[in-house]
Write a protein that binds this ligand. Structure first.
Ligand code: G1P
Ligand code: ZN
Length: 544
């Protein structure tokens, strides 16, 4: 088999965002586009010759073609072995699990997470390092730098590998091992959670759950774990067949896009527990009967109940949350006498804290929760954690959340997204806020007074690296906050995200609709940032 060196020219838009490189499928299909980025990844790495790479994706359109290209390029660059998920499938958490379990050099994940798929949808590629986590900024910066000076790439001329058949084959000198995409991950889950208690709960004849895989990657995992290993009835998992276009849906587990599940859980004769996960299986949404658990509360509740779960019964070393996530977990950390770290948005910032054992649980308001068991957020892990708590406490989701608020107070929280805003308008909005920052301190808006205003900057406590301009924060003297930032994962125009939070200690006031409880802050956010005027939009595209 011959190795071909193909001349190419740099693309100037290959800078990885919050989570890898995400573009329209049609962009990735441009001649050399994917190949350039893959070569840039390999060129930025050192010492990988003869080593093992893990490759898999969420099964979206272009997944299989991309995997064939990557396999042939990995062989041409001198990798010794590639472990690839059967049918090209590996969820993001399963990839992280496999990298760690088999001590591989790294992994490539093909996904645009919760973004829609199909020929007109999105595609993405992300490199994970040997700890199983997303490449940190110094690596993604190096990848981008390589992409900007690239003039050729190497690819093996060879027939496609059969991705459907388990077992080993060879591409030139490199071994390709097609692996079961579920087994290693399911075993890890069995080692963390009390499967016997969860099985009892799921088969006791009255508890019912519904898991919505949104036609995305967790279908394969959820059928195996909930229905086969834990004995839940066959119809427990809905939309459980991974499809290349996610059935035309938007595989994002929130109240807007997981509407079928929401209708079931808020309908008549609703099940006790509902959950959904996203395109690549790292996000989760948790619902009780007629009840929604905000992701920030979910993290706080998992932390407060961790001692009930075998994998965490010896206690937590710390908690970490992204800056825009509500401060509910901070209250649990204070009570447990452990640290709560505040990091910029994006899972890559948790890696160092987890490696140094400074944090055990991590989470983001964007439906991401996880722990030190891998180095990615993990949707089904969060679902199993909740089931384990429900099995031990024998209470409803609503009761558990409300008791939590009684103990710690309630952090009312909401995120408003304005999607597909023209980039120049979105940039103006953020620039205006940055210029207004110095004059905001002490300013009165109705009954709220600004205590501080800054652009969040983070110094990693382990390696000292500094990440600046991570979101404009406006804090008020009563503890409430507004945060503004631009999305780093969108592929069309810009998305402005506005995060709103206020704290209510009084249990008599815990039953408000968050949009009402946060009404004042929502109005202040518009007054300060002129959101409606600048975006030309009446209301947010998505409220979570
Ligand atoms: C979004 C979320 C962020 C998450 C990322 C990847 O990034 O806000 O918390 O880590 O997706 O799932 P953003 O589009 O805001 O940059
Ligand atoms: Zn995802």
């Amino acid at each position: 088999m011959a190795i071909k060196t193909v001349p190419t020219q740099p693309f100037n838009d290959q800078k990885p965002g919050t989570s890898g490189l995400r573009k329209k499928v049609t962009v990735f299909q441009k001649p050399h586009y994917l190949e350039n980025f893959v070569q840039s990844i390999f060129d930025s790495l050192q010492g990988y010759k003869g080593q093992t790479l893990v490759v898999g994706g969420d099964g979206r359109y272009y997944n299989r073609q991309a995997i064939q290209i990557i396999l042939k390029m990995a062989a041409a660059s001198g990798f010794g072995r590639v472990m690839v998920g059967q049918f090209g499938i590996l969820s993001t958490p399963a990839t992280s699990c496999i990298i760690r379990k088999y001590n591989t050099f790294g992994g490539i994940i093909l996904s645009a997470s919760h973004n829609p798929g199909g020929p007109d949808g999105d595609f993405g590629i992300k490199y994970n390092i040997s700890n199983g986590g997303p490449a940190p900024e110094k690596v993604t910066d190096a990848i981008y730098a390589s992409s900007q000076s690239l003039n050729s790439y190497k690819i093996l001329e060879a027939p496609d590998v059969d991705l459907d058949k388990l077992g080993e084959s060879k591409l030139d000198n490199m071994v390709v091992e097609v692996i079961d995409c579920v087994a290693d991950y399911a075993e890890l889950m069995e080692s963390l959670f009390d499967f016997n208690s969860i099985r009892k709960l799921l088969t006791n004849g009255h508890f019912r759950m519904c898991m919505d895989s949104l036609h995305a990657v967790t279908g394969s995992y959820a059928h195996n774990i909930f229905e086969e290993r834990l004995g839940a009835p066959k119809n427990t998992v809905i939309n459980g067949t991974p499809l290349e276009d996610f059935g035309g849906g938007h595989p994002d587990p929130n109240l807007v896009y997981a509407h079928q599940l929401v209708e079931i859980l808020f309908g008549e004769n609703a099940p006790d527990f509902g959950a959904a996960s996203d395109g690549d299986g790292d996000r989760n949404m948790i619902l009780g009967r007629h009840f929604f658990v905000t992701p920030s509360d979910s993290l706080a509740i998992l932390a407060a109940n961790a001692k009930l779960v075998p994998g965490y019964s010896s206690g937590l070393t710390g908690i970490a949350r992204s800056m825009p996530t509500s401060q509910a977990p901070d209250r649990v950390a204070a009570q447990l006498g452990i640290e709560c770290y505040e990091t910029p948005t994006g899972w890559k910032f948790f890696g160092n804290l987890l490696d140094a054992d400074k944090a055990t649980l991590c989470g983001e308001e964007s439906f991401g929760t996880g722990s030190n068991h891998i180095r990615e957020k993990d949707g089904l892990w969060a679902v199993l954690f909740w089931l384990n708590i429900l099995a031990v406490r024998q209470q409803s989701v609503e009761e558990i959340v409300k008791e939590h608020w009684q103990t710690y107070g309630r952090n009312y929280y909401s995120r408003h997204d304005y999607e597909e805003v023209a980039s120049d308008r979105a940039n103006t909005l953020i620039e205006n806020l940055r210029s207004a920052m110095p004059s905001l301190k002490g300013k009165q808006f109705g009954s709220s007074q600004v205590e501080y205003s800054d652009d969040f900057s983070y110094t990693d406590p382990i390696d000292g690296s500094i990440s600046q301009k991570q979101g404009v924060r406006i804090g008020f003297t009563d503890g409430s906050r507004i945060v503004f930032r631009l999305s780093g994962t969108g592929t069309q125009g810009a998305t402005v995200r506005i995060y709103l939070e206020s704290y209510e200690p009084d249990p008599a006031k815990h039953n408000l609709d968050p949009q009402d409880a946060l009404g004042n802050l929502i109005a202040i956010a518009d007054e300060i940032a002129q959101i409606h005027t600048l975006t030309g939009m009446e209301k947010p595209t998505v409220i979570t």
